[in-house]
Design a protein around this ligand. Structure first.
Ligand SMILES: [Zn+2]
Length: 486
């Protein structure tokens, strides 16, 4: 069947816009790949995205909800109000050269994209521009809101946006994320999580001469660890607790007066994650009592489990089917297989079939801060095929494709499906009403209340020192070409 013969004119036009901009889409994704900025430090990435959106006629607001690297770009007016949102942060020690089937850093030890949020950003910007052009040309009414969401890897920004009312007037929302497949899902898809720092404070003393005069903050961290290790026996099988000690003192002959451990508590629902966090807090207080120290608890981020709305997923699925998979070259497939072999996974190459939507998706143990949006409004998550099947994120192998023709082709089909889905809502606003009715049914009376405290401020210093350490060396690899969208 030739779908292009009966495609709605506004959609066909949006596809033309995307086709004309394939080079700009590739260049934008590559630029963010080489910026490789950690969460809360995405200054270059956000600047480039907002400049492009402003040039395309969007009204851009930067620094929303107290996030210096967050933004909201708006076009159109009135209802329906459709939101798009995605992330553009990298990960520590994930620097990986593009297009080579071996573990090779661009800058040793530096942050890098080994998941593909750089491509998420290119897809969102391209889809937003194409949708806007099609709305203008075909007289489609409504408001399109494009949210830049910092620090997804630390699950930070979107719960603040929701808490601060930025989604209050939004009817439906779309999130786009890279994958090894082209698909969408509905139902509960990811887990709830609470990220929290526990800082113990005691008193220094000479560790050998007068240890009895000290109060050891590191002992508090260690005993909290032991308390949670014992508690694991009584955790529900769906719960997860993992940690890193970010400050364990300075040198062994000084009793540490300060020590910090960063815990992440997860469960399949917000109540479970909250309960596990509260248990962790009690254990921390017990550890403080045992060590004559004090403990301060700081919630850095807390998210609800991501859910997909069925009506929204069906809209996205129809557009995925309309757009279809990219055609891969033999070289692209060979690169994919080579990386998969080195990563120790099945060398299946690249996906050739679109994902099916034949029932609720599977809830996985990862989290995404878009979760809170998905409890505030009906949301769809579009996954586009710019990465390798089976290779795990944050492994070097998941960085190889991200600035290559594989990522570029996946971004083009992703942007088309996303733009088309957004246009469906503007062309047929009744779809938004149907999505809302289904959403009400899906929530089953469950009331959303943010897991982040009401007075919590964004952690603006997060990753600052680490990013600044590597930025000068990384700058030498920045893409010289400026993406130009027409
Ligand atoms: Zn991600």
């Amino acid at each position: 069947m030739d779908a292009s013969t009966n495609i709605r004119p506004d959609k066909a036009f949006a596809f033309e816009v995307i086709e004309k901009n394939t080079r700009a889409i590739a260049t934008l994704g590559d630029a963010i790949f080489y910026f490789a900025e950690l969460g809360m430090q995405e200054h270059e990435s956000a600047r480039l995205m907002t400049e492009i959106l402003a040039e395309a006629g969007f009204t851009v607001e930067r620094g929303i909800s107290g996030f210096p690297t967050g933004f909201l770009a708006t076009c159109g007016s009135g209802t329906p109000v459709v939101a798009m949102h995605t992330e553009y942060d990298a990960n520590p020690n994930n620097s990986q050269a593009a297009g080579v089937a071996e573990h090779k850093a661009i800058v040793d030890g530096a942050p890098g994209h080994c998941e593909g949020h750089n491509v998420n950003a290119a897809v969102m910007v391209a889809a937003a521009i194409a949708a806007k052009r099609a709305m203008d040309k075909h007289g489609l009414k409504g408001t399109l809101k494009v949210f830049g969401a910092p620090a997804e890897e630390q699950l930070v920004s979107r719960p603040y946006y929701v808490r601060d009312g930025l989604f209050a007037d939004v009817d439906v929302a779309f999130h786009d994320h890279i994958a090894g497949e082209f698909k969408t899902e509905y139902g509960l898809l990811q887990t709830a999580a609470v990220n929290s720092r526990f800082t113990f404070r005691g008193e220094t003393a000479h560790s050998s001469m007068s240890p009895w005069q000290g109060r050891d903050a590191l002992d508090g961290v260690v005993l909290m660890d032991m308390g949670l290790a014992q508690y694991r026996e009584h955790m529900r099988p769906t719960m997860r607790a993992h940690r890193v000690i970010t400050d364990g003192g300075d040198q062994p002959n000084v009793i540490p007066a300060k020590a910090t451990v960063w815990w992440c508590f997860r469960d399949v629902d917000a109540d479970g994650a909250r309960a596990l966090f509260e248990q962790g807090r009690r254990i921390a207080q017990g550890a403080a009592m045992m060590t004559n120290t004090e403990v301060e608890v700081e919630v850095m981020s807390a998210v609800w489990p991501t859910r997909g709305n069925q009506v929204m997923a069906e809209i996205v699925q129809r557009n995925i089917e309309l757009v279809g998979m990219p055609a891969w070259t033999a070289d692209e497939v060979a690169l994919a297989r080579a990386v998969q072999e080195k990563a120790g996974v099945k060398p299946v190459g690249l996906a050739t079939q679109i994902g099916r939507l034949d029932g609720p998706g599977r809830q996985i143990a990862a989290s995404n801060d878009c979760g809170d949006v998905s409890w505030a409004v009906p949301m769809a998550r579009l996954q586009f095929p710019s990465n390798l099947p089976h290779v795990n994120y944050h492994h070097w192998g998941a960085g190889v494709t991200l600035a290559t023709s594989i990522a570029h082709k996946g971004a083009v089909v992703g942007a088309k499906a996303l733009a088309a889905s957004v246009l469906d809502i503007f062309a047929e606003p009744a779809l938004a009403e149907r999505a809302k009715a289904k959403f009400k049914e899906e929530l089953g009376g469950k009331v959303y209340r943010p897991l982040i405290p009401a007075d919590q401020k964004p952690p603006v210093e997060l990753n600052h020192a680490l990013m600044e350490r590597f930025r000068p060396a990384m700058r030498a690899h920045y893409v010289a070409e400026r993406p130009r969208f027409v």
